[in-house]
Design a protein around this ligand. Structure first.
Ligand code: TYD
Length: 140
């Protein structure tokens, strides 16, 4: 069943620390509330670039900063918030129906995204007004 309202929440993955370095792992359906169907990552991002600028009809994602840092601005159609990702253990779970914009990438930042579905352009809201209209319909 799909939930009516969009949401975000921070998740923290396990860390195995030893003198050789740190190791973090993630299991779909265990550390994440969905099976991982796709992984993609952003890198070589210019520091003044803006990414995102869309919401999804069904897709859920968890976003990590594997290296460096960046900001994610969140809008669920009624309220706005922002998060800074900079710890490879800490991800931001973004549900369906959440408008997100990402900016302020540090030099060499790597953003990894774990996604619940394969890529499908038909799942995107790329127009903010269409996104707001969909949120209003679901809240009626
Ligand atoms: P887009 O989702 O707009 O990137 P971002 O949200 O990071 O700004 O995707 C940019 C381009 O890459 C667009 O043409 C779609 C394509 N793309 C794929 O082909 N597969 C994918 O898994 C993703 C995420 C994007």
């Amino acid at each position: 069943m799909t939930q009516a309202r969009g949401f975000v929440r921070e998740i923290e993955l396990p860390q195995i620390h030893d003198p050789r370095g740190d190791l973090t792992f993630v299991e779909g359906g265990n550390h994440l509330p969905f099976d991982i169907r796709r992984v993609y990552y952003l890198y070589n991002v210019p520091v003044d670039a803006k990414r995102g600028g869309h919401a999804h009809k069904e897709l859920e994602q968890v976003v990590f900063a594997l290296s460096g840092s960046f900001r994610i601005k969140i809008d669920d159609g009624t309220s706005r918030s922002e998060y800074w990702l900079r710890d490879p253990r800490k991800g931001l779970h973004i549900s369906r129906l959440v408008w997100r914009e990402m900016d302020s990438f540090s030099q060499g930042a790597v953003c990894m995204v774990l996604a619940s579905l394969p890529y499908d352009e038909a799942d995107y809201f790329r127009c903010y007004e269409e996104f707001r209209a969909a949120v209003s319909r679901e809240m009626r």
